[in-house]
Design a protein around this ligand. Structure first.
Ligand code: 5AD
Ligand code: SF4
Length: 481
């Protein structure tokens, strides 16, 4: 029996979040306001945001930074010193959640010394009723909890948290409308995330995202294009179009306008580099492949999560493709997009995955020879269909499978990187490399990290680099002058 915590407090409900209504999504242009009482409240004060999880969260944190900075707050990198601390959380796997609970424990000590500090938790974990119940019971030093659908209400919510002795909780189970014109303070001066849609309707059986991020809803093309034009005008060289499944973009519009149409229009803005993530292999269209192949400023890199190489497991996962159709798509992408690199996500240890089924996943990796793969042990998420499946496979077995998978994946990553030896590639120079010695770093159009020697005057430019060494996760080189 699933527990229903909603009778204890006004918070989220995963059951309600599952529901997909037919109501039309409204685009709200004037919804974000900073009340007069809060306009300068942050003057002389600092904030600290810790972001967990995916790019959607990274982008949401940039929105929160923008909102807080509009209220006068300045960012600090010292959590202990901050006046406002926000943890923007991820619910995708249990270990992501455990990390957050560790941090919440650290904050207990800090709040004891500095009781005026406001500590807020937001992001995907805030959408889960079990998490909120646990915070209420065990972590009463939490001042504020808000979810993924009401970030624009941060000024009012902060005000309430400052005034109230009680924990302030505002989480909407059902997604709201699309709120435009919310400020953002971006982390990177060259590369920007651009949301093109919110939510996911795929309901893969293991995944919590359709519950925490709500139903699919697309931003209007003209709002996206305007944002890209502005980014270009202020010196950005690269944008990444973001959605849980970008292929679904526009399916909620009355007039036909697809992700391929959007990519074409974004390409025509002339911004130097366009990326996109993530694409579900089920609804990746031929038109998308043609557009990526046609425009030089759409980068030849596709993240195509396979999850498993076995048809029965894929069926249980609710992925709507099989190994053969995935391979056919993969082959088409490789054949039509010159020099394309492909990465993937893989889950091992889905409930009752057999040794043979796992072998099919290894075979898929051998077939595709991915440039990169993010690999995970399946983690049951309360409220999802897979979490109800009985599972008789030992964790030790799952760990062994992950290890074997990683060895295979790494072997191919290195082999793919070695193909670059002696080549001259285009790199957007982002800054100094973590390697030190005044080395620079940046990414190729195919999303390969390159550390290279060269003059720092090139930071911010796209330059040619000769590749001199290839490792599993990066390339080394020297700038061509
Ligand atoms: N357990 C393990 N991995 C998961 N992912 C999503 N949900 C789970 C889960 N419950 C992985 C998928 C997805 C990536 C973002 O995270 O591989 O593509
Ligand atoms: Fe989760 Fe599947 Fe949606 Fe990706 S497509 S966010 S894995 S439900």
């Amino acid at each position: 029996m699933e527990k229903d915590y909603t009778k204890y407090f006004k918070g989220p409900s995963l059951k309600e979040a599952k529901h997909r209504g037919k109501e039309e999504v409204k685009i709200l242009k004037d919804e974000f306001v900073i009340p007069d009482t809060m306009k300068n409240i942050g003057a002389g004060k600092t904030y600290y945001i810790k972001t967990y999880g995916c790019q959607a969260n990274e982008r949401d944190s940039e929105t929160m930074r923008g909102i807080l900075e509009s209220m006068g707050y300045q960012e600090t990198k010292e959590m202990d010193q901050a006046d406002v601390v926000l943890l923007n959380t991820c619910a995708i796997r249990e270990n992501a959640e455990l990390k957050v609970f560790g941090k919440i424990g650290d904050l207990k000590r800090i709040k004891r010394d500095r009781p005026d500090m406001i500590f807020g938790m937001c992001g995907c974990m805030a959408q889960e009723e079990e998490v909120i119940a646990r915070l209420l019971q065990k972590h009463p030093h939490t001042d504020l909890i808000f979810g993924t659908h009401n970030i624009h209400r941060l000024p009012e919510l902060l005000h309430e948290a400052m005034m109230s002795k009680e924990m302030v909780i505002e989480v909407w189970s059902k997604e709201g409308d699309i709120v435009e014109n919310v400020p953002a303070s971006r982390e990177n001066p060259l590369k920007a995330w651009v949301n093109i849609m919110y939510g996911c309707d795929k309901f893969c059986t293991y995944c919590i995202v359709p519950y925490t991020r709500g139903k699919e809803r697309s931003r209007l093309p003209k709002d996206i294009l305007h944002e890209v034009e502005e980014l270009k005008a202020s010196g950005y060289k690269e944008i990444t179009l973001l959605g849980q499944n970008v292929n679904s973009y526009g399916k909620d519009f009355k007039d036909a306008y697809s992700f391929a149409d959007l990519m074409r229009d974004v390409a025509k803005t002339g911004i130097d580099r366009i990326r996109f993530t993530t694409s579900h292999p089920w609804d990746f269209t031929d038109e998308m492949i043609d557009v990526i192949a046609k425009y030089e400023n759409i980068m030849p890199f596709v993240h195509l999560p396979v999850q498993s190489g076995n048809d029965e497991v894929l069926k249980l996962m609710g992925r709507k493709y099989n190994a053969a159709s995935y391979k056919a798509l993969f082959d088409k992408i490789k054949a039509k997009i010159p020099h394309v690199s492909v990465s993937t996500d893989i889950i091992v240890g889905f409930p009752n995955e057999t040794a043979e089924q796992f072998e099919d996943t290894l075979k898929m990796v051998e077939y595709c020879q991915y440039d990169n793969a993010y690999t995970f042990i399946y983690s049951p998420r309360a409220g999802t269909p897979a979490a109800k499946m009985e599972d008789n496979i030992d964790l030790k077995v799952k760990e062994e499978r992950l290890q074997r998978l990683n060895e295979t994946v790494n072997r191919y990553s290195l082999a793919q990187n070695k193909k670059y030896l002696g080549q001259i590639v285009k790199v957007l120079v982002e800054g100094y490399s973590k390697k030190g010695n005044d080395m620079l770093m940046g990414y190729t159009d195919t999303q390969k990290l390159v550390n290279f020697s060269g003059d720092p005057k090139y930071i911010g430019e796209i330059v040619e680099v000769e590749i001199t060494d290839a490792k599993t996760w990066s390339l080394n080189g020297k700038i061509c002058e």
